[in-house]
Design a protein. Sequence first.
Length: 296
Amino acid sequence: SGDGGDELFGGYARYSHDLQEARIRNWLPQWFRHTVLRSAGIVWPRADWLPRPLRLKSFLQNVAEDPAVAYGNTVSTCRRQLRRSLMTEELVDLLGRHRPERVIENAFDSGSRDSLSGMLAADTRILLPDDFLTKVDRASMGYGLEVRPPLIDWKLMELAARMPSSQKICQGSRKWILKQLFESRLPDRLVHRRKQGFEIPIDDWLRGPLREQVELAVTASDSPIAQFIQPARSRRLLDAHCRHQGRHGQLLWSLLILGRWMQRWGRSQEPRTVTQVSSDALRSSSKFLEGARGQN
C-alpha cells in the first residue's frame, strides 16, 4: 500500500492551509491574537458547509492559537467550544481541565523545528498508526491478505524526518521531492494527478439509512449516551446536518459508534451517575482487550 507518503512528505491539503495560517500568525503580535482574534473566533458563526479557506471561524480560532494548539483544532472531530456545548454538566465536571487535543499538541511539539515538521510528526505518531495502518491491517487480514507499506520502512522514515520542509512542500506543490524523483520515471499524468481520497459516504448515510440509528443511539432522551451528551443539542446537530446547514458527519458518526458501544458494553437497567458508567465502561473495555490478547 502507499500508506505513509502523505504523512512523511506533506501530501494533505490541510498542511498547505495550516502553513498559510502560520504565516499570518507569525505576522501578528501575540497579544492581538490571544485577545482580539480569540474573542472573535468564539462569537463568529460557524460555516462548516463552506470550503476550508472560506471558514472564517476556523481561521480566527487557529490563527489566535499557537501552532500546536491550532493543529489540534485542525484534526479534531469536535473542537472545544462545540464539545463543551454538547456535554452534560456532570460530564464537564468529571473531565475537569482535560483536553484530548494535548495528545496532538505533544506529538506536534516533539518534531516542531517548524510548523510543517510539527504537523508531520503528529500525524506520523498518531494518525498513521492508530487510524490508517489499523484500517488497512484489519481490512486485509479479514481476507487473508498480507499488505506491505514500503514507504514506512524505518530507514526511509528517518531520512524523511531529516529532510527540510522546503523539500516537501515547495511553491505550493505538496510531496515536491517525490514528484521530482519520479518525473523522469513515471508518466506526468500519474506524478501530477490530483489527490484522490478513499472515503466512505458518511454524510449521505447519516442523512439517509443511518438517520434512524442516530436518533435511537444518540438523540433520543433515553439514548445510551444521554448521561454524557445532551440529546437536545445532538438533535440540533443532526437536524442541521440533514438540512445541509453544516458538515457534522464525522462527529455524528463518532457519537453513533459511542452510542452503539454503550448499548453493548456500558448500559444497565439501573440509573447510575456518569462516574459509575465511565468506570463500568472502562472495566468492560479492559475485559474485551484482555480477551482479544488471549486469542492472539
